[in-house]
Design a protein around this ligand. Structure first.
Ligand code: NDP
Length: 400
């Protein structure tokens, strides 16, 4: 049937199908000019960002735990990395690990399980072990990786309690290896821009901050089950899992540490296993800035608000995976802040650690950063349990 909107369409298609006489056909269509022999190479153009280094020189990662976050966010991000590559997998499910290894081009000989995990010591391709399992397993897996001579990237929350964090820091120090906590928001553009604006005084003196970081979980799903089990998740439940974004966020936005906390909590009798659900807290920072935070496993929320004497910053979502919305309101109105396009935050985080390994440098979110949050969150729970304020004016990085 002839297309009535394009009466010439049929003859044009027939003409192209007999395309042995390509030049005649092209001329008939009005595509004049360049011929095959006019195609030439040109020198390297100026690049807009650092090019990737050769594959063989990139820093090799072993990923431990092939769950939701590893498979949906971290593994795909290796495709955007310039300094990092995936070289090994550690999983309790061999069949899944083999499927993933094939998808990502990982050698099947570089698949480990939780029993032969220590054999990673013999694999020179592995520079960094990235632990993405429930927090109750982080300390054991991190310490063993350090002892195997590997650098460690560990997901948040760093561990169940401060003693475990301290042992992880000690093991990395003894092995003379790096330990970094996966605080991806530190490497994300909008968050970095918010930090800059506050540090450079664009909001004026900041008086109050509010943080709301919650996620509705399904306790019957594989990733929900362990989140309501205190041994695997930490007794702090939602606070340990997502409230931590508010605790850490207030600290990086303000660039200072809290000195006192008050809190309250409420956990319905059913549906939250043996962990705490909703927690609300207030922290007073050294400068006098007051931070109010909240978290729960029963709702969804992802928001930071920063009120300065000259402008107010409204950040929602603030720490999501793919979307950030940062607005500044001052006497002239509301302005949306945009940041230049760059690789996704998961890739920036991976490459940040790889650069530190390649250059023999430090990381921005070391074990001490994870320890500080665990100590503060422990104090929040104590304040909620006792109904009394808790002093948290220790030195940053000090053992708990
Ligand atoms: P999942 O439950 O989806 O995955 C955890 C994986 O850990 C499992 O698939 C399993 O991998 C392994 N595992 C080993 N032992 C156990 C066990 N006893 N119970 C459950 N899993 C076990 O969790 P998530 O991926 O959501 O979270 C993992 C870690 O990543 C947590 O620390 C979490 O806080 C953090 N996270 C960080 C995010 C961020 O934005 N930075 C976002 C989401 C999570 P296998 O079958 O391969 O052995």
């Amino acid at each position: 049937m002839t297309d009535q909107r394009d009466p010439g369409g049929v003859s044009r298609r027939i003409f192209l199908q007999s395309a042995g006489g390509g030049l005649i056909a092209a001329t008939a269509l009005g595509i004049a000019g360049a011929k095959a022999q006019d195609a030439v190479g040109r020198p390297m153009p100026e690049l807009m960002m650092d090019p990737p280094i050769e594959l063989g020189r990139r820093v090799g990662y072993a990923v431990v735990g092939l769950g939701e976050y590893a498979l949906n966010q971290i593994l795909p991000a290796f495709g955007e990395c310039r300094y990092s590559r995936l070289v090994a997998l550690v999983s309790g499910d061999r069949e899944k690990a083999e499927r993933v290894a094939t998808q990502y081009g990982v050698d099947h000989d570089a698949i480990y399980d939780y029993e032969n995990y220590d054999d990673i010591a013999d694999n020179d391709e592995i520079d960094i072990v990235y632990i993405i399992t429930p927090p109750g397993l982080h300390a054991d897996q991190s310490i063993r990786a350090s002892r195997a001579g590997k650098h460690v990237m560990c997901e948040k929350p760093m561990a169940i309690d401060a003693a475990e964090c301290q042992a992880m820091i000690e093991a990395a120090r003894e092995a003379d290896r790096l330990l970094m906590i996966g605080y991806r928001a530190h490497y994300e553009g909008h968050n970095r821009e918010a930090i800059r604006m506050i540090a450079e005084g664009e909001l004026g003196r900041v008086r109050t901050v509010s943080t709301e970081n919650s996620t509705r979980i399904d306790p019957s799903s594989p990733s929900g089950e362990w989140r309501i089990d205190a041994e695997l998740a930490g007794r702090g439940g939602a606070l340990w899992d997502v409230g931590i974004y508010g605790v850490n966020g207030a600290r990086y936005l303000l660039g200072e540490e809290p000195v006192e906390v008050r809190a309250m909590s409420y956990t319905p009798s059913e549906g939250f296993g043996d962990v705490v659900d909703a927690v609300g807290w207030q922290m007073r920072f050294a400068s006098g800035t007051i931070v109010s935070g909240s978290t729960s496993f029963a709702v969804n929320a992802n928001r930071f608000g920063v009120a300065g004497e000259e402008a107010h910053l409204d950040f929602q979502p603030a720490t999501s995976y793919y979307e950030h919305n940062l607005n500044v309101r001052d006497e002239d109105g509301v302005r949306q802040v945009s940041v230049p396009h760059e690789p996704i935050q998961f890739a920036l985080q991976l490459d940040h650690m790889s650069r530190a390994v390649l250059d023999g440098g430090e990381v921005d979110t070391p074990g001490q950063e994870g320890l500080q949050d665990i100590r503060i969150m422990t104090a929040i729970l104590e304040a909620a349990d006792t109904g009394r304020p808790v002093a948290i004016d220790w030195e940053y990085g000090e053992a708990g």
